[in-house]
Write a protein that binds this ligand. Sequence first.
Ligand code: ZN
Length: 345
Amino acid sequence: MIPIHSYDNGVYAIDAQYEQPLRAAIHFILDHGHAAVIDTAHNPSVGLALQAIAQLGLKREDVDYICLTHVHLDHAGGAGAYMREFGQAKLIVHPRGARHMIDPSQLMAGVKAIYGEAETKRLYGDVLPVPAERVIAANDETPLALGNRQLLCLDTPGHARHHLCYYDLAAKVVFTGDVFGLSYRELDVDGRQSVIVTSSPVQFDPRAMHGSIRRILALQPKALYLTHFSQLRQPEARGDDVHRLIDAYVAIAEQAGPDEEGRCQRIADGLWRLYDAEARRQGWTLPRQQMRAILRLDTELNAKGLDVWLKTKRRNDHVTLFHDGDSQRDAGNAGGFAGAAVNGG
Ligand SMILES: [Zn+2]
C-alpha cells in the first residue's frame, strides 16, 4: 500500500518520490469508473501510479487521459512510460508541446545542454516517445469528458508558453502545474500555506503569468492543485501573494542591471533576501538553514530563468523597434524546452 492523499470530489494525489519526498505530486481525478492523471513526474513514478490506480479500485484500462500541464521533465518525463502502461489513455498536451512528446530528442538535447549527459540520465533515464495517434494537442477551452464530469483545458502561459491548466467543473478546482507557483508543505505554519513563484528557464513571462493568475481566480475555484506540492487552499489570498512575488522577481532582475557578468548570482542574492523577507511576513518557523535547503534548487533555477528573461526581453525590446516581435521571439528561444527543472519549477 502506498499513501494516497484523498481530497473532495474524486481528487487524489500521490507523492512521485521525485528526488526528495513531497516535491512533485501526481494527481488523479476519478469519476464513475474513469480516471485522468495530471502530470507524470519521471519514469520511476509510473509504478506508484499503477499501484495508486489499483488501490483506488480501478484497472489500468480505466485511465482515459494522461494530462500534462507542460513538457518540463519533472512533469512529463514519465509520459511515455505512463502511456505504455495505461494502454487506453490519450495524452493531453499543449499544441506547442505535442511534438516534443512524440519525438523527445530535441527536448532531451536541451536538457542535456544544461545538466549534462550523466545527470540527465540519472534523473530521467530514457524518456520514451509517445505514438502520435495517441496525442491530443489541446487548445484553450478544449473540453475533456471524464465519466459524468467535464474538464476544461486552459491555455495559461507565464511559466512556459506551452502551459495548460485543467479546470474540473464538477469539483470546481484547477490543476495549475507551475503557473501558480510552488507550495512546499514543510513551510506550512499551523496549516497556513504559502506559495513561491517559479521563474525557471527559459520562458518566464511575468505579464503572461499575471494574466493566467487572474484567469484562474476568475473561475472562483474552491482549491488549486499544484504539481509542487498538491492542494492549495484559499486561492484568492495566495493569488495576491503570487502577484506580489512576480513583481518582486521582476524588480530583483531589473536591479541586477544589464551587465551579464555575475548577474545570475546577483539575482540569486536578491531572491534570498526576498525569501528571508517572506519568512518574516509568513512567520515561517523553520530554521533559516532548513528553509534555504528546501529552496536552494528553486532559487538557482529561478535566478537562471530571470537572467534568461532579461536577455530575451532586451532582444525583444530591440527587435520590436524594427520588426514584428513574435516570430523573432520564438526563434530566439529555439530549444526553449530546455528548462526542465531538477526540482520544482
Ligand atoms: Zn515543475
